[in-house]
Design a protein around this ligand. Structure first.
Ligand code: SF4
Length: 318
């Protein structure tokens, strides 16, 4: 794994207004709260956390589908928020996304060939002949036959559709792909096809991936590094091997203990209660309402991030 930083966030905050509740009035949802992350060229970084922790909002902000309230995003040495129109066009070519649901992310009225041609027609001046050549190359790269180009999405299985979605992400030769729960909508029996394809694209073609998932076994197999997110904050980050062998944060331990075969040494931790609403964030450590090790100071003071390559935000280590 190279250590040149490809994408970086600095103290990123994202918030939005909720719909009106039954009592009226809109609430502010604090979806991402001060996230600073480095994603190195050629690595797979996974963001782990339960539904509602802010990981998908973060992903959307990284590709400019969600505006940030404050903070910075850099792609290479470029400040993404200050890109010119031409710079943004280049950024969009270089940064692609694979969505969770391949049933919804492919237009059912378009043939596969047209789905794959579309990004090239919008973003390049290539001839139709060259575009078709690229489309054929990418469909083969994801393990499908070029005969499938004349078919429609409904004629494929979920795993095949997700491979087509990956081919669409590849046609512009991106350096970086953001994969948001890429296998969670697929049958377990076909998840491995897509997981292995991501691994191959990373190892053979050096494509950098940000993998958003709640599935710790997918992370263990695929990711070089992991960042664990809770209520919009990164609470622990480090190399995958270190996180799985020596988890530090009580929330990481709870996530790992929910899949006992991943780390038999981690004692089973059953969290109390549900994830608090991001519209009503707890004071102090945001995990204190569910933490089995909570101390008085956790309820009022915010722990700072500590550590080198393995970082944690918890008073047990301050
Ligand atoms: Fe638990 Fe306190 Fe650590 Fe937060 S700071 S995770 S409440 S021990």
């Amino acid at each position: 794994m190279a250590d040149k930083i490809l994408l970086k966030t600095n103290n990123l905050y994202i918030e939005y207004k909720s719909d009106k509740g039954i009592l009226g009035g809109k609430k502010t949802i604090h979806a991402v709260n001060g996230v600073s992350l480095d994603i190195c060229k050629g690595e797979i970084l996974a963001i782990a956390g339960e539904s509602g922790c802010g990981k998908s909002t973060l992903a959307k902000a990284l590709i400019q589908l969600e505006p940030a309230k404050s903070g910075k995003i850099f792609f290479g040495d470029k400040d993404v928020f200050s890109l010119t129109k031409t710079g943004m066009k280049e950024f969009r070519k270089n940064v692609q996304m694979v969505f969770q649901n391949p049933y919804a992310s492919l237009n059912p009225k378009m043939k596969i060939v047209d789905i794959l041609k579309e990004p090239l027609e919008i973003n390049t001046d290539l001839t139709q002949e060259k575009i078709l050549e690229i489309v054929k190359e990418k469909i083969k790269l994801v393990g499908l036959d070029e005969n499938c180009l004349e078919l429609y999405p409904h004629e494929f299985s979920g795993g095949q559709r997700q491979r087509i979605a990956i081919a669409r992400a590849l046609v512009l030769n991106p350096e970086f792909i953001l994969a948001d729960e890429p296998v969670s909508a697929l049958d377990v029996s076909i998840q491995a096809q897509v997981i292995n394809l991501i691994k191959e694209l990373n190892e053979k073609y050096k494509i950098t991936f940000l993998l958003i998932t709640h599935d710790m076994s997918v992370i263990k197999y695929l990711a070089d590094r992991v960042a664990v997110m809770y209520l919009g904050e990164i609470v622990e980050s480090g190399k995958t091997a270190d996180i799985f062998s020596t988890p530090l944060h009580p929330y990481t331990k709870a996530l790992l203990s929910s899949v006992p075969q991943l780390n038999k040494a981690v004692k089973k931790i059953v969290l109390k209660g549900d994830l608090p609403s991001p519209a009503d964030l707890p004071e102090g450590c945001k995990f204190h309402t569910r933490c089995p090790y909570v101390m008085d100071k956790c309820k009022t003071c915010i722990p700072q991030e500590k550590g080198g390559s393995h970082k944690v935000k918890c008073f047990l280590y301050n």
